[in-house]
Structures are given as structure tokens and as C-alpha cells.
Design a protein around this ligand. Structure first.
Ligand code: SF4
Length: 340
């Protein structure tokens, strides 16, 4: 039971009770915590700190500005606490003290800024709700998730009993001495990702799908075999990326990796956008824009939100042909061999 019990780990532990966070959280987490810091500074009316691990881009600042607008609207004029010392949340039974991004005590609600894609944060929000209900002597609580890159608000509501039940069930699975790892979408963030027996067993299935010998025709001929093979390849892909990084580093250091060598390619050639102005003078704006091609709707939307006070011109948005892609059907990938 070496995983520190933190509210932020609960969504992962809900899927795999053996999940352990990596000590180095990575660049996405650094961006998330930088945006949190800018959000708090912005709410306090202070300038953004200059010593952030992830220096913000214009898009980051626009995402924070959206979150400030949203939390202001959600508060309906009631006080919003955003200073770290005001937003500490002691969750009953947890050693770690969590920190919410914003608390609106009069509305019995808190908000959490989330960067990146929309994921499940229900168990983390239930833990905060539980702690905040105890602090504020409330029997119900609302959690607003501000997905600032997607400009989307997701609102979750909990009674005390619901929050207690959600948190307790994750903690019970985590403390179970017989808990088993469950391969899932969080494996690549897990400290055990290279050594986890569930993952290694799954990876081995890539070639043992059609035991006693690997037979690709048999893989393609049977839907169960096909599913198991793809699931196994999903794990192998992640391991291959790490193996390639290790091989590159060793080759650069002068080692020999049989069958592999380093190659280098020239970087892509480009014209800096500041220098395109000269081309506009020469060819005219329309010809230069035609060379650039289409602008993504999300880029125009971001630009519009930063500079325009009129509604976004939805009629300009055109849709390309729909694409079909393949993805794992659930957060939990099956490790069970199928009955043949
Ligand atoms: S690697 Fe995946 S399955 Fe294994 S413990 Fe970590 S999260 Fe669970």
C-alpha cells in the first residue's frame, strides 16, 4: 500500500487499485499547475508569477481567462475563495491535505480547473465534496469542473452519503491486501508501467494469441483473437516507445544495439510568420491565404474569444468528411483470455 492516498489519485485508483503515481509528473502536469497558479493570481488581481515551470503561451492565458469568466458567472456575485490557504481541503481518512482551485462557500460549491482532455474526475471531486461538506456543515455539495482547453463546464452534485460511498469504495479496493492490477488508460502514468505483471502478461499475448505458434491469419480470422491481439499491441506500443528512447540514448553514448543505428534528418524548412508580410505585398493577401490553407475552427474560436465581443460566426464553420478510427472500448482493457 505504498501509493499516497491523495484525492487526485482516486479516479485512477477507482480503475486500478494498484496504480502508483510517477514521481516526475511530466510536462502536462507542469502546465496544469502553472495554469492553476496563474488562475489564482488573476483572481487575486496580481500579475502572473514569472518563475513558472511552464511559461504560459497566449493560448494558456486565454484558457485561464475563460476559467475566470466561468467561475465569476457560477458564483452569481457570492464570494469566491481562491487563495491556497483558503482552499485547503482535509478529506476524512486521508493524510494528504488537498487544495481546491476555488471555493464558493455561500453556494456550497467548489471549482477545479482542468487542462487537457475531458477525463473522469468524479472520485476526486467526491473526496473534495466530502471534506468541504464537513468543513461547512453541509449535507449537499456541488463540484464544477472547468475544462479550460475545451471551454466546457461539467457540474457534479453529491449528497454527503453519495460522496462517502464513492470515496469509501475506492479506499476499500485500495486497502484490499488481495487487490489485483487492472490494465487501463492510466497505465502510461503509473510508476509500475514497465514492470506491472498485468501489463507484461498482456504484452506477451501479442504473439501467443494463437498458441502454440503465432499465426497472423488465425488472428485476422477470429474476432476474439483480433481483439486480444490489438489489446496486447496497445501495451507493446507503449513499451516500444520507451525502448526506442533507451536505444537512442545508448547509441548516442557510443553503445552498439544490434540491428539499430541513429540517423539524422534536416529540420523542416519554414518562413517565419513575421516575414510573410513581404509575400503579401508581392502576391496579394488572397494568394498567400490560399497557400496557407484552411484555418482550424478552434483556432479562430480562440482568437475570437480573446478579441471580439460579438457572437462567434458559427456560419463560417465548415465540416470536413467524418473519419473513423479505432480505440479501446473502455478505460479498463481486458486482460482475460477469451474462451475459444
Ligand atoms: S501499470 Fe496499469 S495495471 Fe499495472 S498497476 Fe499501474 S495502472 Fe495498474
Amino acid at each position: 500500500m505504498s501509493t499516497p492516498l491523495r484525492p487526485s489519485n482516486l479516479p485512477k485508483l477507482a480503475v486500478c487499485p494498484c496504480y502508483e503515481p510517477q514521481p516526475n509528473a511530466g510536462s502536462a502536469a507542469a502546465r496544469g499547475s502553472s495554469l492553476d497558479t496563474i488562475f489564482r493570481a488573476r483572481m487575486a488581481g496580481d500579475p502572473a508569477p514569472l518563475d513558472l515551470v511552464h511559461p504560459p503561451t497566449e493560448e494558456d492565458l486565454a484558457a485561464v481567462e475563460w476559467a475566470v469568466t466561468m467561475i465569476t458567472a457560477l458564483s452569481s456575485g457570492s464570494p469566491i475563495l481562491t487563495r491556497e490557504d483558503e482552499c485547503r481541503v482535509a478529506v476524512p481518512g486521508f493524510d494528504h491535505i488537498g487544495t481546491a482551485d476555488a471555493i464558493m462557500p455561500e453556494r456550497l460549491a467548489h471549482a477545479d480547473l482542468k487542462t487537457g482532455q475531458k477525463r473522469n474526475y468524479r472520485e476526486q471531486m467526491a473526496a473534495y465534496a466530502l471534506g468541504l461538506m464537513e468543513q461547512h456543515f453541509a449535507s449537499e455539495w456541488t463540484a464544477h469542473l472547468l475544462f479550460c482547453d475545451r471551454r466546457e463546464v461539467v457540474t457534479l452534485r453529491f449528497t454527503f452519503e453519495e460522496a462517502r460511498q464513492i470515496v469509501d469504495s475506492v479506499v476499500a479496493a485500495w486497502t484490499n491486501p488481495d487487490k489485483q492490477p487492472s490494465v487501463c488508460d492510466y497505465c502510461s502514468w503509473c510508476a509500475k508501467s514497465d514492470t506491472c505483471p498485468a501489463r507484461l502478461t498482456l504484452a506477451a499475448q501479442a504473439i501467443s494469441t494463437t498458441e502454440p505458434a503465432f499465426n497472423f491469419e488465425a488472428v485476422l480470422a477470429d474476432n476474439n483473437n483480433l481483439g486480444r491481439f490489438l489489446t496486447a499491441c496497445h501495451v507493446l506500443d507503449a513499451l516500444r516507445e520507451k525502448a526506442e528512447t533507451a536505444a537512442k540514448q545508448r547509441l548516442q553514448a557510443g553503445a552498439t544495439i544490434p540491428g539499430w543505428k541513429l540517423t539524422s534528418r534536416r529540420g523542416a524548412q519554414f518562413i517565419r510568420h513575421e516575414d510573410v508580410a513581404a509575400c503579401v505585398e508581392r502576391f496579394g493577401l488572397n494568394q498567400v491565404l490560399a497557400s496557407y490553407g484552411n484555418l482550424s475552427a478552434s483556432k479562430l474560436r480562440d482568437l475570437w474569444e480573446r478579441t471580439a465581443d460579438a457572437p462567434f460566426p458559427e456560419e463560417l464553420v465548415k465540416h470536413g468528411p467524418a473519419t473513423i478510427s479505432l480505440r479501446a472500448a473502455s478505460a479498463q482493457l481486458s486482460t482475460q483470455p477469451q474462451t475459444k
